[in-house]
Ligand binder design. Structure first.
Ligand SMILES: Nc1ncnc2c1ncn2[C@@H]1O[C@H](COP(=O)(O)OP(=O)(O)O)[C@@H](O)[C@H]1O
Ligand SMILES: [Mg+2]
Length: 361
């Protein structure tokens, strides 16, 4: 068990490509942290720096308060699970899990004990003699995790470990990883580009955008109070509606063309007068046929009991998520303009248009 700290960590690849721009984060002992962000934002680079597979350009990475920047991977007491399991094809499941321990010189008995415990946890005991090619994708993934578990490391690193699995198996493995963490309580850093995976697995998450931590918080904090328009658009499906508006000196909300939108004054924070900003409303917090924002309907997607009503207000796309029965009596016509608005229950979100940062109310 261990804590993990990032102090102003920067990474520039040879040739001057700056990828991580000064990350500060603290992972507590036993915590499960998910780093989530789009492809190319620097997630793998960060993991590889923690593992010691990549140098740290500036700043420090500390495990249990001790700087590890210059330690070899083998000296860091970390185990990493990759997307492409990287199993040895010519070795059995048992040998794959035992190999790292053999290299480290553990006795045969110790190795047998550790592999047997890990195989038991991961329900691999009946597969120990098989070769990787005789396993399903999910089983291979479990062997890769087994290989990490037997090392009893201070920290687990997972780099998109489920991206090669189909959707159903991913959900199942997510549950297994949660169970595993509840049982072992090993400090874990888990990387994914999938916001649903991040929301369901994380105790806290770090939302990354182009090498910068946009927000660090629990899934609920990040969802309810996104720190920027990037986070607002990245977390949640469909993403939050982001409508460029201007609040006038009397606190009235106008769209980009100066047309007044019927947003009740009580929902506009007091210090917002005379500001260019972005109004954020989650699709599931909107209603059809209310006073508010005129929207021309472009498409309706029926999801079952719910529907996504897509439309636009001027240049801005808007999605409303609502029960199907809401429009049963009055079917929506494509091309028709209706008014949509907030549900009067959930708070609205306001962002500074210039910086994209959240405006606190
Ligand atoms: N060895 C390397 N040399 C130069 N640039 C790299 C190297 N590895 C990754 N990059 C660049 O760093 C950025 C972040 O990559 P990566 O950490 O793999 O992102 P992610 O895992 O979030 O998809 C990308 O723009 C990528 O092209
Ligand atoms: Mg990656």
């Amino acid at each position: 068990m261990a804590t993990l700290s990032f102090k102003e960590v920067k990474k520039t690849y040879p040739g001057g490509v700056a990828v991580i721009h000064g990350l500060d984060a603290e992972v507590s002992d036993g915590e499960f942290i998910v780093i989530v962000g789009p492809s190319g934002c620097g997630k793998s680079t960060l993991m590889r720096m923690v593992a010691g597979l990549e140098t740290v350009t500036e700043g420090g990475i500390l495990i249990d308060g001790k700087m590890v920047n210059h330690l070899e991977p083998a000296e860091r007491d970390i185990a990493m699970v990759f997307q492409n399991y990287a199993l040895y094809p010519h070795m059995s499941v048992y040998e794959n899990m035992a190999y790292g321990l053999k290299i480290r010189g553990l006795s045969k008995d110790d190795i047998r004990d550790r592999v047997s415990v890990a195989a038991d946890i991961l329900e691999l005991s009946h597969l120990l003699d098989r070769r990787p090619r005789q396993l399903s994708g999910g089983q291979r993934q479990r062997v890769a995790m087994g290989r990490a578990i037997v090392r009893e490391p201070k920290v687990f690193l997972f780099d998109e470990p489920l991206s090669n699995l189909d959707a159903k198996l991913r959900v199942q493995m997510r549950l297994e990883i949660q169970k595993l963490h509840r049982r072992l309580r090993t400090t874990s850093l888990y990387v994914t580009h999938d916001q649903v995976e991040a929301m369901t697995l994380a105790q806290r998450m770090i939302v990354m955008n182009a090498g910068v931590a946009e927000q660090i918080g629990t899934p609920a904090e990040v969802f309810e109070k996104p720190a920027s328009t990037f986070v607002a658009a990245f977390i949640g499906s469909p993403p939050m509606n982001l409508i460029p508006v201007r609040v006038d000196t009397l606190g009235r909300v106008r769209d980009e063309k100066g047309v007044g939108l019927n947003v009740p004054g009580r929902l506009v924070p007091n210090h917002m007068q005379d500001k260019e900003c972005i109004l954020g409303i989650r699709p599931e917090h909107m209603r059809l046929h209310t006073t508010g924002i005129p929207m021309e309907i472009e498409m309706v997607e029926i999801l079952g009991s719910e529907q996504l009503v897509h439309g636009r207000h001027g240049e801005t796309s808007i999605v409303v998520r609502c029960p199907v029965n809401e429009t049963a009596k009055n079917p929506l016509q494509i091309g028709e303009t209706i008014e949509v608005g907030d549900d009067g229950i959930h708070p609205l979100h306001w962002f500074d248009r210039a910086t994209g940062k959240r405006i606190e109310d």
